[in-house]
Design a protein around this ligand. Sequence first.
Ligand code: AHM
Ligand code: MG
Length: 337
Amino acid sequence: GTSEDIDTDIITLTRFLTEQQHNLGSHATGDFTLLCHALQFAFKSIAYYIRRATLINLVGLAGSANSTGDDQKKLDVIGNDIFVNAMRGCGKVKVLVSEEVEEAIVFPGNGKYIVVCDPIDGSSNLDAGVSVGTIFGIFKLSDDAEGVAEDACKPGTELVASGFTMYGASANLVLTMKGGEVNGFTLDNALGEFILSHPNMRIPKSRPIYSVNEGNTLYWDDACKEYFDSIKFPKGNGKPYSSRYIGSMVADAYRTLCYGGIFAYPADKKSPKGKLRILYECAPMAMVMEQAGGMAISSTRQRMLEVVPEHIHDRSGIFMGSENEVKKVLEIFEKYA
Ligand code: AHM
Ligand code: MG
């Protein structure tokens, strides 16, 4: 190529964050920006170790169990440690909730933020080289709060920012800030920078794709069965929906965001409260979906962002994705309510 083919004015995440902070004017202390820098370092490190995993023998079990008793992978432990250390190191975080740690972590110092995260979601897929991801949400500590575990039990409506990084063919970071657009960044491995590659992501209004673990059909309630039957056996000469399920929420959510459709992990007889966690799986994803023009609801038809967890590791059923697809769920669920 000639020199004209090279874009010399790319928007890196660093530049993007600096511009965002500038737009906030004198209100911005720079704390949030520093926190985001620590986050992006954690994503880069995790991306690096995932890419190197097989070569440096990080796959397999680590010989310990996480808070719910699941076997923990070596990379789960590493991902969590990277995340915790990055959040501690930036000095801006007071409370950290991680899927891998039973209790909320309260850091010394006067950090003003609460961070919730699933450092490596979908880790059962790791050994097969399937995409996994980090999910995160950021809350501001209330002025009168001293910073204890309970301060993290907030509804998604109070998130100041959220997103996820998918470690796939490339590392893709999706980031949104309260009231703002959803922006997608791709990690340029050679530069070591996230580059704004998908500005203002908008989820299509409708799309006939569904994503659910259909092996749970036996455990679904009638409303759930009717909904999935309605898209698989449409009336008249309508075409049935396509099925896509990776089993890695971040990857399934990223595809849903890009192509549209619906992703669901319903509450069922086996998991009466659902499988996915409210604070660091459902709420951050719901914020991304809504701000991209989509919807997210719980199995009880509540707006996902308004669900308040009683405990940091609480779960919920979830349906999220294109607006019209989620509305179809609501329509059928209302009949059973
Ligand atoms: P994890 O946090 O233990 O990795 O579990 C969460 C994952 C999600 O990524 C995914 O959507 C879901 O579990 C898949 O569950 P299932 O195997 O029951 O379909
Ligand atoms: Mg998880």
